[in-house]
Design a protein around this ligand. Structure first.
Ligand code: ATP
Length: 327
């Protein structure tokens, strides 16, 4: 018998993590794992507990209960763990009258084993080599953010924690930060945990996400899995209400087809996603081609026959507007 391949050790594992501030439970029994190469998005409305969780992972806030493991070791194991974590959890503060390079040199001197060459390397990584000798006071907001990320890279971390790093940046500044993160993951084998309110960015930039609401994790999965209502849901769209009604009647007679909603019942969100008269169905695996053929044979060729996908924004609002239910 071939032995089963070992499970990869998560870069980060939270187990039943809880933080109370007096009577406020900011983080409530949170568990999830992050694996090497993830750009893991941490989402939630204001006050949901994102920053508190990141501060606990960074060792800056002490958990009330639960456990954090980084590279398989308790997060408090300073020698084994802390030196491999870089964190940018607040707006970075620099001496504005000094150059970006000089600021990094000063920070490098505070940590053992960082060569002057590393300062040049991190400036290159974040795309600031050409401006390294300019005063930080003359940098744009986006350049300061990238200098902040450069600072966290000085000690070659393997895990990067970022709390809303693109907040307040213009689209170009955000795109540069996301491009930088992708580059760090690909070229430096860094794993990234990032909180953000900018859902469209998270949808594009992250491969996995956890959604936190009122301190509880309400969803955690790959982005592509979370964005389908269900992987088997389809929208079948018709030009007229008559065709839609006739198709619904036809679909209800077919095996492997569950009609979930039609027309106006299909709801506000769906109505915004597609224009037309629609039937929302859940299909058993493999029956989609036969269902489409059957409709065409019945003279009910649809205008569209699509697997339904939510935007992350719709998904997020759905999850966070209702009473949180722990997964
Ligand atoms: P935002 O998106 O607004 O930054 P968040 O998801 O990061 O929110 P947290 O900052 O983690 O949320 O706050 C979670 C809850 O914990 C809030 O109710 C907040 O008021 C509370 N909280 C956070 N830090 C403290 C503290 N030091 N003392 C008391 N309560 C706190």
């Amino acid at each position: 018998m071939t032995p089963a391949s070992p499970q990869p050790v998560p870069v980060l594992r939270l187990e039943h993590l809880t933080k109370r501030f007096g009577h406020i439970t900011a983080v409530d029994d949170v568990s999830f794992e992050v694996f090497e190469g993830d750009i893991f998005g941490f989402l939630g409305p204001n006050g949901a507990g994102k920053s508190t969780t990141l501060y606990m992972i960074a060792g800056l806030v002490w958990p009330t209960a639960g456990r954090i493991e980084i590279f398989g070791r308790p997060h408090t194991d300073f020698l084994a763990v802390r030196s491999r974590v870089g964190a940018l959890l607040e707006t970075p503060a620099f001496y504005e009258y000094l150059s970006g390079r000089k600021n990094l040199e000063l920070l490098a001197r505070l940590q053992p084993g960082i060569s002057p060459r590393r300062v040049d390397e991190v400036l290159e990584l974040v795309g600031l080599s050409a401006r390294g000798r300019d005063r930080v006071g003359d940098y744009s907001h986006g350049m300061k953010q990238r200098l902040g990320i450069a600072q966290t890279l000085l000690n070659r971390p393997r895990l990067l924690l970022l709390d809303e790093p693109t907040s307040g940046l213009d689209p170009e500044g955000s795109a540069q930060v996301w491009a930088l993160l992708r580059r760090l993951v690909a070229e430096e084998t860094i794993t990234v945990v990032i909180s953000s309110h900018l859902l469209h960015e998270v949808e594009e930039g992250c491969n996995r996400i956890a959604v936190i609401n009122e301190g509880m994790i309400v969803a955690c999965d790959e982005v592509r899995n979370l964005l389908f209502f269900s992987k088997d849901d389809y929208l079948i769209v018709f030009d007229t209400p008559d065709a839609c009604r006739a198709a619904e009647a036809c679909l209800r007679t077919l095996d492997g087809v569950e009609v979930l909603a039609t027309g106006d019942d299909a709801g506000e969100i769906l109505a915004r996603v597609v224009e037309g008269h629609l039937v929302w169905v859940r299909l058993q695996e493999g029956v989609a081609p036969a269902v489409l053929t059957r409709l065409v044979e019945a003279g009910l060729a649809p205008r569209e026959f699509v697997r339904q996908r939510k935007t992350l924004k719709q998904f997020f609002f759905d999850l966070t507007r209702r009473q949180p239910t722990r997964i």
